[in-house]
Write a protein that binds this ligand. Sequence first.
Ligand code: DGY
Length: 314
Amino acid sequence: MQYRVLVDVDLPDEIPEMMNNRCELHILAHGDVSDDKFASAQGLLTYGHPIIGGDFMDRMPHLKIISNFGVGVDHIDLSAAKQRGIPVGNTPNMLDGATADMTFAMLMAAARNIVIGDRFARSAAFTHYDPRILIGHEIHGTTLGIVGMGNIGKEVARRSRGFDMDVLYHNRKPDPKAEVELGATYVSLNDLLEQSDFVTLNVPLTEETRNMIGRDQLRRMKRTAILVNLARGGVIDHDALVEALENNWIAVAALDVTEPEPLPRDHPLLSLDNVVIVPHLGSATRQTRIAMAQRTVDNLIAGLTDQPLITYVV
Ligand code: DGY
């Protein structure tokens, strides 16, 4: 028997293969999914972050499972899913290493002018070695502030050891085990912002973390500080970030995520030189994406066959 499954955007090619002909897939982003396909859908695969609310779920009266390709589920109304008895699966743990690697890649790209340097080296303006240009920020021996000491935050802290960085962290509550293992020091958010050379955001997007980095917070940061966001765009107030970057309250922002995603073409962040921006690549390595795909399919099939999901949020 084939299950009917709706998918929000095109997902990696391995997914249909992993499903082994057990599912008939319909991609919502193609715009041609009929009402009767909604009405008969038993599964929903999500990734692209349109908001999946209760109304959307109600178009699928036979829906048995929402399986999310990713750990973050801020785009799914979890209480609506719970009320309707629809389990929501996600892919925690398997992307921590890749996301922490990318955090460092973004941090280093921002600190050492890699993107702007690449553009310059390709241009006719690069005529000779000039020791005065594109002077970056030291990384080793500086202070790293990690906002959110979850699994990804801890992986970021591990990587910082190779750079001899002092690690400050802020979390809902202190994590004494992480302090012993990683040599990290718990501080208030304000202290972290005031003392860190690099601030990395590794929190989920929730009511509590939405706009947690706004005007006040940006004003507290060092003028030489670099802000790295691999969490969700909504964690930073973008208007405040534009103001901070235009007025050099901070040195650079390195953004893997924005809100909305993508930003409108005329968004001021896209024309600032002190921004490094990539299109949500935190977990984008082949190995990690295959592991995520497998877990997404395993959760989906579990939900469709009334088995407990392997990893889930509700
Ligand atoms: C996640 O897992 O939440 C990543 O952002 C990929 O979507």
